[in-house]
Design a protein around this ligand. Structure first.
Ligand code: 13P
Length: 249
C-alpha cells in the first residue's frame, strides 16, 4: 500500500500571526488517519509552526533548501539547518523555483542528494508547460525532468522520495488537469520508474498531483489508481478547504 499524502505548499504567504491563526484552525479539523497531512510554511515561520504542531499529526515541511551544508551562500538555508529544527521533508524542484530562480535539473540533483544525506525526505516536483502539452511533448519533458534529477540514485533512496506531478499550466490558474490527464501522466511516471528500477519499486513510490486542486475536484482526481494524493497551493491557505481535500480519498 502506497502512502497517501496531502501537502499544503503555502508558498510566500502568511506572516507569523497569519501562520499561527491558520495552524489554530487546522488543529480544529478532522485529520484522516490514513493520510499523511503536511504543511509547508515559509522559512521564517517554520520553527513556530513546528512547535505549534509538535503533538499533532500534521507534519511541518520546508519549501526549499540549498545543496551545501553551510558556507558563503547569502540568503540560503541548508538541509543541516532544517534537520536541526526537526524538519523531515522538503519540497524540491517546484516549477516556480525552476522558472523564477533558474533551478536546473543538475542543480536539483545536487539538492536531492543533500536532502537525502541529511535524512530529509524529498517531495520532488516536475511538470510540463502548456506549449509542451500542445506539442505533445509532455511525456518527454516530464520523463527527462525525472531522469536528470533522480536517476543517479540507488533504488534504496526511493524510500525517501515522493513525486509530485504539477503541470505548470494548471498551477494557480484555476485550470486543473482532468482526472484522465492526471492518471495518464502518473501511469507514465510509474512506467518510467519501473523501466529503470523495476515494477516493485515503481509501485511503492507515492505520486501526488498538484495544480488548482480544490475540494470540488480532489475526489475525482484522487480516485485514479496512480494518484496518491495532492500538493496543494491556494486551497491550502483555507483550513476548511485543505481538510476537505485531505478527506477526499
Ligand atoms: P495551486 O493549487 O494554487 O494551483 O498550486 C499548486 C502548487 O503549485 C502546489 O505546489
Amino acid at each position: 500500500m502506497r502512502t497517501k499524502i496531502v501537502a499544503g505548499n503555502w508558498k510566500m504567504n502568511n506572516d507569523l500571526a497569519q501562520t499561527e491563526t491558520l495552524i489554530t484552525e487546522l488543529k480544529r479539523q478532522n485529520n484522516p488517519s490514513d493520510v499523511e497531512v503536511m504543511i509547508a510554511p515559509s522559512f521564517t515561520n517554520l520553527w513556530q509552526a513546528f512547535n505549534s504542531l509538535k503533538d499533532d499529526s500534521i507534519e511541518v515541511i520546508a519549501q526549499n533548501m540549498h545543496f551545501a551544508d553551510s558556507g558563503a551562500y547569502t540568503g540560503e538555508v541548508s538541509g543541516e539547518m532544517l534537520k536541526s529544527l526537526g524538519i523531515k521533508t522538503v519540497i524540491l524542484g517546484h516549477s516556480e523555483r525552476r522558472a523564477y530562480f533558474n533551478e536546473t535539473d543538475e542543480l536539483l540533483a545536487k539538492k536531492v542528494d543533500a536532502a537525502l544525506k541529511n535524512d530529509i525526505r524529498v517531495i520532488f516536483c516536475f511538470g510540463e508547460e502548456l506549449k509542451d502539452r500542445k506539442s505533445e511533448k509532455h511525456e518527454d519533458v516530464v520523463g527527462n525532468q525525472i531522469k536528470n534529477a533522480l536517476f543517479h540514485l540507488e533504488a534504496e533512496a526511493f524510500k525517501n522520495i515522493v513525486l509530485a506531478y504539477e503541470p505548470v499550466w494548471a498551477i494557480g490558474t484555476g485550470e486543473t488537469a482532468s482526472p484522465e490527464q492526471a492518471q495518464d501522466m502518473h501511469s507514465f511516471i510509474r512506467k518510467t520508474l519501473a523501466d529503470k528500477y523495476g515494477k516493485d519499486l515503481a509501485e511503492s513510490v507515492s505520486i501526488l498531483y498538484g495544480g488548482s486542486c480544490k475540494p470540488s475536484n480532489a475526489k475525482e482526481i484522487f480516485s485514479k489508481p496512480d494518484v496518491d494524493g495532492g500538493l496543494i497551493g491556494g486551497a491550502a491557505l483555507k483550513a476548511e478547504d485543505f481538510f476537505a481535500i485531505a478527506n477526499s480519498f
